[in-house]
Design a protein around this ligand. Structure first.
Ligand code: PMP
Length: 429
């Protein structure tokens, strides 16, 4: 594949052509939300100006066109992710997708939904396993499901270098494990987790596997079918797409057997005043009016990434990731959260600056035109594991140039001198 030209790609993103505090914008917050290329903005505007209409059921011309574009978007995005169209359920994002699974299992436990739904019913004492590095979106839904059903949440610890403790995983995942929910790439650690190994452990005990693919999908070739998990959640706005759209990918027999979460219009076969029958997946999970323009925008994002090639994106990612990690290691007083060597990573790193609070670091960088994330990044348990309440996170995308990283590192090296901190205070931040 051709090497990615990030400088040329940067030109496709109108928002990046501005200055912040008189400095060219260096946007290193794609882990929170990526910027969107003109092609994505155009796709949404074009749909809304030309073909906007409610999908399915409509007898008029625009409804037909909108339906074709909407289902075409499903085909494009599912294909981009290594799945078939009927294996992609549109959701508002990853948070919704993960909650959908947890609530569907809750409904199965209550005996609601499709006739086969008892397959996922939980008994008190059944175990839901997560890792210590989960985003709150892949932790709290399981805590809530446990509280509703009498199941218990167990966790797989993360080593201090940021890698998952696979020995511990092998002992935590056991006979009572019903669900193993884990992240492909943590939004704090940036390390690519061994999906196949964890999925194999889960499979050996017959547990359902749920992958949080939010931070992997934008950065590496993602082949749902090959990963060996049952379900995977992703988010459009982190992969150059619009807000309000994301999805749940699922193996067909799992989606077929899971009962619906939300119910209402557009997901039913027969309805009487007493009961309803449900359409097959994915419609079974898509009650109500769908995010149509957003799906079409997301398809444009998938096409944009596909045109560059995800192998090329991943290769470029490795270059940026090394520049970032190696650069951070050189800055005095900086501690990377999860500093494992020789692991596959995406261009994302969270770090602590000894003696300076993360928020002060963020402010200092912003004054120099550099946008980073500060706080706990919705991963409080992981921060607690590192003895922190907050960190600073820099994260890249296809539009991130070498220069962006260098400007960031240069600015970062000025933080401690600016705040009058030298040596090692051990004070943390
Ligand atoms: N999981 C991870 C790893 C994330 O980084 C995020 C977004 N910060 C989410 C889940 C939630 O995604 P969304 O807010 O798009 O629903």
């Amino acid at each position: 594949a051709r090497a990615l030209d990030s400088t040329a790609i940067r030109a496709d993103f109108p928002i990046l052509q501005q200055t912040v505090h008189g400095q060219p914008l260096v946007y290193l917050d794609s882990g929170a939300t990526s910027q969107k290329p003109q092609a994505v903005l155009d796709a949404e505007i074009d749909f809304l100006t030309r073909a906007n209409s409610a999908v399915h059921r409509g007898a008029h011309t625009l409804a037909g066109e909108a339906t074709e574009l909407f289902e075409g978007a499903r085909a494009t995005v599912s294909g981009f992710l290594g799945a078939r169209p009927e294996q992609l359920v549109w959701t508002s994002g990853a948070t919704f997708a993960l909650n959908l699974v947890a609530y569907a299992i809750g409904n199965a436990t209550l005996g609601r939904g499709a006739p086969t739904s008892t397959r996922f019913a939980l008994a008190p004492g059944d175990e839901l396993v997560v890792t210590e590095s989960e985003h709150h979106a892949n932790l709290i839904p399981w805590q809530e499901l446990a509280a509703r059903t009498g199941a218990v949440v167990k966790h797989i610890p993360v080593r201090v270098d940021g890698t998952i403790d696979m020995d511990a995983a092998a002992s935590v995942i056991g006979e009572r494990t019903r669900v193993v929910a884990f992240t492909h790439v943590s939004n704090v650690l940036g390390i690519v987790n061994p999906v196949a190994e964890i999925a194999a452990l889960a499979k050996s005990v017959g547990a359902l596997t749920v992958l949080d693919a939010c931070q992997s999908v934008p950065h590496l070739p993602f082949d749902f079918d090959a990963l060996g998990v049952d379900l995977a959640a992703f988010s459009g706005h982190k992969m150059l797409g619009p807000y309000g759209i994301g999805g749940l990918l699922g193996r067909s027999e799992v989606l077929d057997a899971l009962p619906p979460f939300l119910t209402g219009g557009s997901m039913v076969t027969t309805v009487t005043l007493d009961e309803a029958g449900f359409l097959p997946a994915p419609q079974k999970f898509e009650a109500g009016t769908q995010p149509v323009s957003q799906a079409i925008g997301l398809a444009a994002a998938a096409r944009y990434l596909d045109a560059h090639g995800m192998d090329a994106v991943h290769a470029r990612e490795r270059v940026i990731e090394r520049r970032l990690i190696e650069g951070l290691r050189e800055v005095e007083g900086v501690r990377i959260l999860g500093d494992a060597v020789g692991v596959d990573r995406v261009g994302l790193a969270a770090f602590d600056v000894d003696g300076v609070h993360a928020h002060d670091v963020g402010q200092f960088l912003d004054d120099r035109g550099v946008a980073v994330r500060v706080g706990h990044h919705c991963a409080k348990p992981l921060h607690a594991r590192f003895g922190l309440t907050a960190s600073v996170r820099a994260s890249s995308s296809v539009f991130t140039t070498d220069d962006d990283v260098d400007v960031f590192l240069d600015a970062l090296s000025g933080v401690r001198p600016f705040f009058g901190v030298t040596g090692v205070t051990g004070a943390g931040a």
